[in-house]
Design a protein around this ligand. Structure first.
Ligand code: ZN
Length: 253
């Protein structure tokens, strides 16, 4: 499988060797998503975006990987002065390496989280960019329904909405809305085995590692999943779509 895309990594938390190993395993493009756990100030996020757009882009390029960046306010790190970040988003969206907003979304589903998500989706709609949306480990159906309700109310084009960490529990909600399922491969969620057994249901999705330091993670989970699917006779055209072409299409990369 040529030209693997990892559609969701927290690249500022990825060691240099992680990038090197991803390159050796055939990853050619990465979407780097924003997260700064516990951010209290807008400046914290501006520095975080700047670090991805400079150091991370350079480190990826040195390994032959093209890094594209998604900026935004993650629900686990929402600054007190978050409206200042919203106001700055359009300037980031004009930068050539920035492909959209992410990781955004609801974690606990509070009114504040809903407001932050809604304001970010309004920016995404205005600028016609895709969004990468988080789903939490708990209350998944309820939170996913609420997320979809907000995206629909804002008028987001469903084909530009990636609802991430999809699993069998929420895949039908995602499909009914017409959003793109983000397929995060990890041991306590969507495993390569589960993916293989339900490949038809996940074939519109985009594979990713969601690499971060928030929980045990593997930067090689995407190439490992591709290898597992290949060795177990999955149709090559579906593997190519979820590991590369679906992401290239939705992000325009
Ligand atoms: Zn993430």
């Amino acid at each position: 499988m040529e030209g693997i895309v990892d559609s969701h990594t927290h690249v500022s938390l990825l060691p240099y060797e992680g990038l090197e190993n991803m390159a050796l395993a055939g990853v050619k493009k990465i979407i780097g998503c924003s997260i700064f756990f516990g951010a209290k100030h807008a400046e914290t996020l501006f520095d975080h975006f700047h670090q991805m757009l400079t150091l991370s882009v350079k480190n990826a390029a040195q390994n032959g990987i093209r890094l594209f960046v998604a900026v935004g306010i993650h629900p686990m790190g929402t600054p007190v002065d978050w409206p200042r970040v919203i106001d700055a988003l359009p300037d980031y969206l004009k930068m050539s390496d920035v492909i959209g907003l992410g990781e955004i979304g609801l974690h606990e589903g509070s009114q504040r989280e809903q407001n932050v998500l809604r304001e970010q989706l309004k920016v995404a709609k205005e600028y016609g960019v895709p969004v990468i949306i988080h789903t939490p480990p708990r209350d998944r159906m309820e939170i996913t329904n609420k997320t979809i309700e907000i995206a629909a109310a804002v008028g987001m084009e469903p084909g530009k909405v990636i609802i991430d960490h999809a699993d069998l529990d929420i895949i039908d909600l995602i499909e009914d809305f017409g959003a793109i399922p983000g397929l995060t491969i990890r041991q306590e969620g969507l495993t390569p085995h589960l993916l293989l057994n339900h490949l038809e249901r996940f074939q519109r999705g985009v594979l990713n590692s969601d690499y971060s330091n928030l929980k045990p993670n593997d930067p090689l989970s995407v190439p490992k999943a591709v290898r597992y699917l290949e060795l177990n006779g999955a149709p090559p055209e579906i593997i190519a779509r979820i590991a590369r072409y679906n992401a290239e299409e939705v992000f325009g990369i």
